[in-house]
Design a protein around this ligand. Structure first.
Ligand code: NAP
Length: 308
């Protein structure tokens, strides 16, 4: 199979940090165009809208949609109608229903739709899944606390409705948890803290359980300065499992079991090529469903205004 001609829509932070190097290192893809109102990539034909790009570049086979989630559906719809395979950055959309609609359209068009969850490809995630499958879990504690001013400076969309606020990183934790848990969990109670001047939460406290009443407690906080925490801790019959540093390190009873350098986006592009070649899609909405449940079930607490 010749290289898949790929276009990127929404050239911003994550495209420069992760997509461009991962695409350049993957022989299955050739970057042939971009569509972005301001962003461009040196040496690559650039358009300011997806419509203009699809019209001018009929050789495009696939598009990666990397704009904020509130604006992703329209672009995905246009790409799928044009018969292109579609890679959705996380979260895959602003609502569950719009992604379900895209799933149906992709099936109808015979195109591959990839709802990517980069944290699921963190180095030690599969090892954690195997460990939990080999024992009985008693409880899980998820601590995802980071400094929004450091990681998302002046990103207005993230504080607007549909931008998810602290769930923008928190959904990464949920994408790991939903992948490694042997049984599905569901939310039983939540508190979401909204700054008085914002439409998205800055902190969330979430209580889940599964059918066996095993509790999972998740704490998301966006005002953590100093040490940043991206940890998942499970007490099990085989001891205490810690999945640290966003899923890149696994230890059991304090002993390091698995660790490897970060390579999430190269793995995402390998997966995208794999589903295109197989003629399938990969869309798991469980992490987004939990976020929707939190907005539906959670108590709302108004807290101090947030300024960048
Ligand atoms: P970003 O840099 O703020 O936005 C990406 C690009 O989208 C912008 O440069 C902009 O390009 C375009 N855009 C912004 N607002 C738009 C609008 N109203 N309509 C259409 N296009 C718009 O954001 P990012 O950090 O790259 O994040 C993009 C997505 O990747 C998010 O869903 C995020 O959750 C996910 N992600 C981000 C990170 C990270 O560390 N930043 C990590 C993993 C995943 P133009 O102005 O040129 O159109």
């Amino acid at each position: 199979m010749s290289a898949i001609n790929l276009a990127i829509v929404g050239v911003g932070k994550i495209v420069r940090d992760q997509h461009l190097p991962s695409i350049a290192a993957n022989g299955d893809f050739k970057l042939v165009a971009t569509a972005s109102r301001h962003g461009t990539v040196d040496g690559i034909p650039a358009y300011t809208s997806i419509e203009a790009m699809l019209e001018a570049e009929p050789s495009i086979d696939a598009v990666s949609l990397c704009m904020p989630p509130q604006y992703r559906y329209e672009a995905a719809y246009k790409a799928l109608v044009a018969g292109k395979h579609v890679f959705l950055e996380k979260p895959p959309g602003a609502t569950l229903s719009e992604v379900a609609d895209l799933q149906e359209l992709a099936d109808k068009q015979g195109a591959s739709l990839f709802a990517s969850w980069h944290s699921r490809y963190a180095a030690a995630v599969e090892a954690a899944k195997s460990f939990l499958a080999s024992t009985t879990m008693k409880n899980m504690h998820v601590i995802w606390k980071e400094d929004v001013r450091h990681w998302h400076p002046n990103q207005e969309w993230i504080w607007q409705a549909g931008g998810l606020g602290v769930f923008d990183p928190g959904i990464n934790a949920l994408s790991i948890v939903t992948h490694i848990l042997p049984k599905p969990m569901f939310l039983t109670a939540a508190t979401l803290e909204f700054p008085e001047n914002r439409d998205a939460p800055v902190a969330a406290d979430l209580y889940f359980r599964n059918a066996d009443h095993v509790p999972v407690h998740a704490e998301f906080d966006w005002l953590q300065t100093g040490k940043q925490s991206w940890d998942i801790i499970a007490e099990t019959e085989a001891g205490r499992m810690e999945l640290n540093e966003g899923g890149s390190k696994l230890s059991v009873n304090g002993e390091l079991k698995f660790s490897a350098p970060e390579a999430e986006y190269p793995a995402l592009y390998r997966r995208f090529a794999e589903i295109i070649k197989a003629g399938t899609s990969d869309v798991d909405l469980a992490p987004l469903r939990h976020v929707a449940d939190a907005f539906m079930l959670g108590k709302r607490k108004v807290v101090d205004a947030f300024y960048d």
